[in-house]
Design a protein around this ligand. Structure first.
Ligand code: PMP
Length: 433
C-alpha cells in the first residue's frame, strides 16, 4: 500500500494520459517543474490568470487578509473586504447591475444565475417560466445544472440522467455555420432559431444564457458582436431575462473589461469568476439588476433566495479580487492586452498556410486554430500528440480536441508569445505531416 493517497486529476485519463507534471513554483508566465524545466503557461492555467503568476501585490493582499479575517459565515454577516469589492466592481461592470451575490467558482456563479432567474419568475407569480434557452456548443461548467446548459459533448455523455432539459438555439459558429451562410455576407440568420423559440414559447422561458462573443470550452468559437446584440434585443422584446456567462470573457479577455461592452449589452444577470481574483483564489460573483433583485423583496419569506456556499464571500477571495482590480488601475493592463491582440493579428494568419488549418479566429487576448483532422471534437486523435509536443517544447497548451488555442496571462512578453506561435507552427507541421 502506498503511503499517500493517489490523486485523481480532473480531465485526466488514468491509463492514457501522461503522468501529471509537478510544478514547484510559478512567476509571471512561467511554471517551474520539479525536474528543472520551465514551461510558458500559454493557457493562463485554465484561463484564470491575468496579471501573471505569484503577482506580489495580490499575494500580499491575500496574506494580509488571512492574518486579519480568513473566513466568516456570509449569511447575516458582512465584512470590509466584501464591501470594498462591491464598490470596486461597481466602477467596472456595465451600468444597471446593482446587486452582487458571491460564491466560489465559475460553475456556482452560473448555477446561482439560473436559480435566480427561475425564482425571479416564481416570486412574481409566473411559475410556468421555468425553461432556459442555451446555445449549441455552450459550456457553462461541470455541476449538474451547468452541464444541463452545456451542449452535449464527451464532458456530459455519462451524465444524461442528471441533466435537466433546456431549449437549444443556434450558436454563431461561422466556420460551421448552422444555417449554411457565409461569414461577412449574412444577416446573422442563425438568430432565427432563438427568435422562433421566443415567439412560440416565451411564456415558458425564464432566461436566455450566452457566453458573450466567445464560447470557450465548446471550441473557442468567436461570435460577431451583432449576434450578441441580436440575442439581447430578442430577449428584451420577449420580456425574458438575459444571463451573460462572463466567467471566461470577463476582466479584459476579449479586449474590453467585459465582452458585453463590445456589443453595448447589459445583461440582467452577469456571472464572473476566473480572472476576478487575478487567478489566485476560487471565487465568483453573480450580479443582477434591480428588476431581478426586486422580485425577492417584500413581505413573503418564501421569496428568500435559498442558496449559499460555506465559503461564500470568502474575505481572502474578496481581498484578491480588490488587489487584482488595483493592478488594472496601476499597471498598463490594457496596453498589454492590446500588444497581445496585435501579435495575434500578425501571427495567426500565417498559420492558415498549413493545409490542415480549417479556420483561424481571434478576439482580444484569445487566438484559436481549428484543424481539419477528420475527427473533430474533444476526443480528436490529434489532441494528445499536440499536447505532448507542446510540453516537450516548453509550452503549456491544451488543445480542445482539434482546436489549438492560445490564451496567455496579459503579462506575456512579445518574444514569449512569438515563441508560443513558433511552437504551434512547428507542432501543426509535426502532427499533420
Ligand atoms: N462558464 C464558462 C464560460 C467557463 O469557461 C467555465 C470554465 N471553463 C465555467 C463557466 C465553469 O467555471 P469553473 O471551472 O470555475 O467551475
Amino acid at each position: 500500500m502506498s503511503d499517500e493517497l493517489r490523486i485523481w486529476h480532473p480531465f485526466t485519463h488514468p491509463t492514457l494520459d501522461p503522468d501529471p507534471i509537478r510544478i514547484e513554483r510559478a512567476e509571471g508566465v512561467h511554471l517551474y517543474t520539479s525536474d528543472g524545466r520551465q514551461l510558458i503557461d500559454a493557457i493562463s492555467s485554465w484561463w484564470v490568470n491575468i496579471h501573471g503568476h505569484a503577482h506580489p501585490r495580490i499575494a500580499a493582499a491575500i496574506a494580509e487578509q488571512a492574518r486579519t479575517l480568513e473566513h466568516v459565515i456570509f449569511a447575516g454577516v458582512t465584512h470590509g473586504p466584501a464591501a470594498c469589492l462591491a464598490s470596486r466592481l461597481r466602477r467596472v461592470v456595465p451600468a444597471g447591475l446593482d446587486h452582487v451575490f458571491f460564491s466560489d467558482n465559475g460553475s456556482t456563479a452560473v448555477e446561482v444565475a439560473v436559480k435566480m432567474a427561475l425564482q425571479y419568475w416564481k416570486n412574481r407569480g409566473d411559475a410556468r417560466r421555468q425553461r432556459i434557452v442555451a446555445l449549441e456548443h455552450a459550456y457553462h461548467g461541470d455541476t449538474a445544472g451547468t452541464m444541463s446548459l452545456s451542449a452535449d459533448s464527451p464532458f456530459t455523455d455519462a451524465f444524461a440522467s442528471m441533466r435537466f432539459p433546456v431549449l437549444r438555439a443556434h450558436s454563431a459558429y461561422c466556420h460551421r455555420c448552422p444555417v449554411g451562410k457565409e461569414w461577412g455576407s449574412c444577416e446573422i440568420d442563425c438568430l432565427d432559431r432563438l427568435e422562433q423559440l421566443l415567439q412560440e414559447r416565451s411564456d415558458e422561458i425564464a432566461a436566455v444564457i450566452v457566453e458573450p462573443l466567445l464560447q470557450g470550452a465548446g471550441g473557442m468559437i468567436v461570435h460577431p458582436p451583432a449576434f450578441l446584440e441580436g440575442a439581447a434585443r430578442l430577449a428584451r422584446e420577449h420580456g425574458v431575462l438575459l444571463i451573460a456567462d462572463e466567467v471566461l470573457t470577463g476582466f479584459g479577455r476579449t479586449g474590453t473589461m467585459f465582452a458585453c461592452e463590445r456589443a453595448g449589452v447589459t445583461p440582467d444577470i452577469l456571472c464572473l469568476s476566473k480572472g476576478l481574483t487575478g487567478g489566485f483564489m476560487p471565487f465568483a460573483a453573480t450580479l443582477c439588476s434591480d428588476r431581478v433583485h426586486d422580485a425577492f423583496a417584500g413581505p413573503d419569506r418564501t421569496h428568500t433566495f435559498f442558496h449559499g456556499h460555506s465559503y461564500a464571500g470568502n474575505p481572502m477571495g474578496c481581498a484578491a479580487a480588490v488587489a487584482s482590480l488595483n493592478v488594472f488601475e496601476t499597471e498598463p493592463v490594457f496596453e498589454r492586452i492590446a500588444r497581445i491582440e496585435s501579435i495575434h493579428r500578425e501571427r495567426l494568419p500565417l498559420l492558415a498556410s498549413h493545409a490542415t488549418v480549417g479556420d483561424i479566429r481571434t478576439i482580444g487576448t484569445v487566438a484559436a486554430v481549428e484543424l481539419e483532422t477528420g475527427d473533430h471534437g474533444y476526443l480528436s486523435d490529434v489532441r494528445p500528440k499536440l499536447y505532448r509536443y507542446f510540453i516537450d517544447h516548453g509550452v503549456l497548451l491544451r488543445p480542445l480536441g482539434n482546436v489549438i488555442y492560445i490564451l496567455p496571462p496579459y503579462v506575456i512578453r512579445p518574444e514569449e508569445l512569438h515563441h508560443v506561435y513558433d511552437t504551434v507552427n512547428d507542432a501543426i507541421a509535426f502532427v499533420t505531416r
